[in-house]
Design a protein around this ligand. Structure first.
Ligand SMILES: [Zn+2]
Length: 494
């Protein structure tokens, strides 16, 4: 019998000839990654733990299997990120006025040093109000003194609202110690926790005072009253526009021990090398870390698994890597899984400070974070809308995939809360694109419930539909921006 090529045979040939990269990412694909990354065995993926070791190994193996090449500075997969974790040790303190030791009933005080041991006698205290003036400047003479600062600040510029910004301004002005005073914002335990938050710091970047601390309002009132001063009057004075602070006539003796744990965490970096040398690069990024064992010993479930935040983003990035590595592209495509996002975008800042490629070569960076929120059919929002010339291009690619566009800038509320911000500050066109930030009611529902708690874990009802669609969108964006004929960049001398 002769072989006759039937229409079905031709159809099969045609199918086989369809490049395999057109296969859509499924919920099951994503679930298989999240299942592992957000399992209890990974202990909540806290930097510096066994959970980190398992996580970065899993990511590097997935990328190697997909066909990526290692792209860290030393030629391997991992770029070290030097971190320090600070913890409260022990502290003794005494306050004197005119040679008299002040008796304070409250012991609502937290003291933490930059080094393991800090001892100092006769350190003068200066009350600085909010720490900076309405113009954002340090007017008080804080050099070599302990600056006492109100935690809340209404009358300062927006960029000085955060205690961190004011602390850094005071350190720059030479303050030896920065001590925040709680001012009627909730109770002391809450405030104390806020002031002790972010125990993990990036060694190469952090600006800390030799001594930092926090005291409750009650402690402050006891202190100034014992020294013969009037707290209400001090507070009223501090409301003046150019308040230059006032010496409290109080000296402090401190002897503070601080627990310091130094360790290297890792950013994972991989790459698909492009065909065209020096034609620019695309960067996909997402944070691998989460909060680790986060609940008290008495809690029934102590592990913050971070299924949505951000095992889902790593799952999407792994699928994007696998799809894009199946084909050659003109431009280099980099993949970066960052550490310590939860401690203040620290891995992203470490990358931005010591990038493995010149930052001006990056045509677009796309961060993927907390992506398992919205169902299929969601609109596409852009975090960073209006901050780059790329919105229209991203929208064209999304529309081609049948996606509707959320054209408001509402999602920009999250601009500074995600890793892309570390790159945006250095001029990299950095966006976050997808459905999870298109319906902010859905996002707020997550932020108000399972977010950063032991319940952010993978269940049968975890919504991965929107994330699967967003994975396809990222693959399409990667192909588009990596194609030098489709997307012409002014970068790299094109
Ligand atoms: Zn988080």
């Amino acid at each position: 019998m002769r072989l006759v090529h039937s229409p079905i045979f031709f159809a099969l040939v045609a199918l086989a000839a369809t490049p395999s990269f057109s296969k859509a990412v499924t919920e099951a694909d994503l679930r298989s990654h999240v299942e592992i990354l957000a399992s209890d065995a990974f202990e909540g993926r806290k930097p510096g733990t066994e959970g980190e070791a398992k996580t970065v190994k899993y990511i590097a193996e997935a990328w190697a299997k997909a066909g990526l090449k290692p792209a860290a500075a030393d030629g391997g997969w991992f770029d070290p990120v030097p971190l320090i974790q600070r913890g409260q040790g022990s502290a003794t303190y005494a306050f004197t006025a005119k040679g008299r030791t002040l008796q304070i009933v409250s012991d609502d005080i937290v003291l933490i040093g930059q080094k393991a041991a800090y001892a100092r006698s006769n350190l003068p205290l200066i009350f600085t109000g909010a720490g900076v003036t309405t113009k954002g400047q340090v007017a008080a003479d804080v050099k070599g003194k302990a600056a006492v600062v109100l935690f809340g600040a209404d009358n300062v510029p927006d960029n000085m609202k955060s205690p961190r910004a004011r602390r850094e301004a005071l350190i720059a002005a030479g303050a030896e110690a920065v001590i925040f005073v709680g001012d009627c914002q909730g109770n002391w335990p809450t405030l104390r926790r806020q002031l002790l938050s972010r125990p993990i710091m990036l060694e190469t970047r952090e600006k800390r005072a030799p001594l930092e601390g926090a005291i409750s309002t009650e402690f402050m009132v006891g202190l100034v009253t014992a020294a013969g001063q009037d707290w209400d009057k001090l507070r009223a004075n501090a409301k003046q526009a150019d308040y230059a602070g006032e010496a409290l006539g109080i000296d402090a003796d401190f002897d503070v021990k601080t627990d310091l744990y130094r360790f290297n965490s890792s950013n994972v970096i991989g790459k698909i090398a492009g065909r065209k040398k020096n034609s620019g690069a695309i960067l996909f990024m997402g944070h691998w870390d989460h909060l680790g064992i986060c609940a008290p010993e008495s809690a029934p479930d102590r592990i913050c698994n971070g299924a949505v935040d951000n095992a889902s983003g790593i799952a999407v990035m792994n699928e994007v890597a696998e799809a894009l590595a199946k084909k050659k592209h003109d431009r280099d495509i980099y993949f970066l899984a960052t550490t310590a996002e939860e401690s203040g975008l620290l891995g992203a800042y470490a990358f931005a400070d010591k990038p493995v490629l010149p930052l001006d070569q990056i045509i677009i960076s796309l961060n993927i974070d907390t992506i398992a929120i919205a169902p299929r059919g969601s609109k596409v929002a852009i975090i960073g809308r209006g901050t780059t010339p790329l919105d229209a291009v991203v929208e064209t690619v999304a529309k081609k995939m049948g996606r509707a566009i959320e054209s408001s800038t509402d999602a920009n509320a999250f601009l500074q809360r995600q890793d892309g911000w570390a790159l945006a500050q250095k001029g990299v066109p950095a966006l976050m694109v997808g459905g999870s930030f298109a319906d902010l009611n859905l996002m707020q529902k997550f932020l108000g419930s399972d977010y950063h708690g032991p319940n952010d874990e993978l269940t049968d009802s975890t919504e991965l539909g929107g994330a699967a669609e967003d994975a396809d969108l990222h693959i399409a964006l990667g192909r588009y921006f990596a194609d030098a004929r489709k997307y012409k960049s002014k970068k790299a001398g094109e």
